[in-house]
Design a protein around this ligand. Structure first.
Ligand SMILES: Nc1ncnc2c1ncn2[C@@H]1O[C@H](COP(=O)(O)OP(=O)(O)O)[C@@H](O)[C@H]1O
Ligand SMILES: N[C@@H](CCOP(=O)(O)O)C(=O)O
Length: 291
C-alpha cells in the first residue's frame, strides 16, 4: 500500500492564464493505493458524493491507465470539487505519485506531470498542467509547451471558497477568443512583475502582477459578489486579488500581518451578498508528499 497527500493549487493567478500555478499548504487530498487486477475507486471526504467512482469518469482512472498500474484507489477529498482550487488535480497528482511508487515505475516528479495531466483531460477536455505541475512539484510553477519551470516561493495567500459551484468546463466557455494588443502588453507586464515577485518572495509585486483584463472579468461575472469581495480584501490590506483557477474561489496575496483581516473581510463580503464561504489562510508551499 502507498499513501500520498497532494495539496490544493491555484492556477492562473490572473496574468498567467493556463500557465501559472501555485501549491497551497492547505487544503489537500489523501490517496491510498493497493495493487489489484483492475482499477476500483472509493471516495470519501468533502463533496465526494458528487464525484463518480467509475474509473472512466474519475481522474485517477486515467492516471492508473497511463501508468499501466491497476489498483484499488481510496481518495479522501480535502479539496472540494469544482472549487477553482485544483480539486481534480490534487487527486491526479496524488494518484500519479502513489501508483508510480506502488508499481516501481521509476518516473521522476517532472515526468509525472504529463501523466497526471491525463486525469485533467477527463474533466476539462484538455490535458492542462497548470494545476498538476504545482501539485506535484510544489512552489510557483510556469507550465508552457510541455516544459515546467519552478520557483520555491513562500507568499502568504488567502483562498476564499464560496458555496457556489463553477465547473472548469463552463468557465472555459466564457473566455474571450481574442484580446487587443493593449491588453496583451498589460498582461505581459503583469505576468513579468508577478514572476519577479515570486523569485523575491515579495507579496507586493505578486499582488500587483495578478491584475489581468481579459479572462478575469469574464469569469468574475460567474461569481456572485466577486467585486465586493475583491474590494473588501484590498481594503483589508491584500496586495492583489483575482479568481482562483476557473473559480469560484477568490485568491488574495497579502503580507503575513494582514492575513487574518483579509480572510475575515472576504468571508464577510460574501456573507453580505448571502453567500456562505470559507477562507483558507494559506501560503505557497510544497507539492505532493509520499508517506
Ligand atoms: N478525483 C476527483 N476529484 C475531484 N473531482 C473529480 C475527480 N474525478 C472526477 N472529478 C470531476 O471533476 C470535476 C471537478 O474538477 P474541476 O472543475 O477541475 O475542479 P477544480 O475547479 O476544483 O479543479 C467534477 O465534475 C468532478 O466530478
Ligand atoms: N487554467 C485553467 C485552470 C483551472 O483550474 P481549476 O482549479 O478551476 O480546475 C483554467 O483557468 O481554466
Amino acid at each position: 500500500m502507498q499513501t500520498v497527500r497532494a495539496p490544493a493549487t491555484s492556477a492562473n493567478l490572473g496574468s498567467g492564464f493556463d500557465v501559472f500555478g501555485v501549491a497551497l499548504d492547505r487544503p489537500a487530498d489523501v490517496v491510498r493505493v493497493e495493487k489489484a487486477d483492475r482499477t476500483t475507486i472509493e471516495m470519501t471526504g468533502v463533496g465526494s458524493q458528487y464525484i463518480p467512482e467509475d474509473p472512466e469518469k474519475n481522474v485517477v482512472g486515467a492516471v492508473a491507465e497511463a501508468l499501466d498500474a491497476p489498483a484499488h484507489i481510496q481518495i479522501d477529498k480535502g479539496v472540494r470539487p469544482s472549487s477553482g482550487l485544483g480539486s481534480s488535480a490534487a487527486s491526479s497528482a496524488a494518484a500519479a505519485v502513489a501508483l508510480n511508487a506502488l508499481y516501481d515505475r521509476g518516473r521522476s516528479r517532472r515526468e509525472l506531470v504529463s501523466v497526471a495531466a491525463e486525469g485533467e483531460a477527463v474533466v476539462s477536455g484538455e490535458a492542462h498542467a497548470d494545476n498538476v505541475a504545482p501539485a506535484l512539484l510544489g512552489g510557483f510553477t510556469v507550465a508552457r509547451d510541455g516544459a515546467v519551470t519552478t520557483v520555491d516561493a513562500s507568499i502568504p495567500l488567502v483562498a476564499c471558497l464560496p458555496e457556489i459551484a463553477v465547473s472548469t468546463r463552463d468557465a472555459r466557455a466564457v473566455v474571450p477568443e481574442s484580446a487587443s494588443m493593449a491588453d496583451v502588453v498589460h498582461t505581459v507586464g503583469a505576468a513579468a512583475t508577478l514572476s519577479v515577485g515570486m523569485c523575491r518572495d515579495d507579496p507586493e509585486l505578486v499582488g500587483t502582477g495578478m491584475d489581468e483584463r481579459v479572462v478575469t472579468p469574464a469569469r468574475a461575472d460567474l461569481i456572485t459578489g466577486y467585486d465586493a469581495v475583491r474590494a473588501a480584501a484590498l481594503d483589508a490590506g491584500a496586495t492583489g486579488v483575482t479568481v482562483s483557477g476557473a473559480g469560484p474561489a477568490v485568491i488574495a496575496a497579502c503580507r503575513e500581518a494582514d492575513q487574518r483581516h483579509v480572510a475575515a473581510a472576504m468571508v464577510d463580503a460574501f456573507a453580505g451578498v448571502d453567500v456562505d464561504s470559507r477562507a483558507y489562510q494559506t501560503r505557497v508551499s510544497e507539492g505532493a508528499t509520499l508517506y
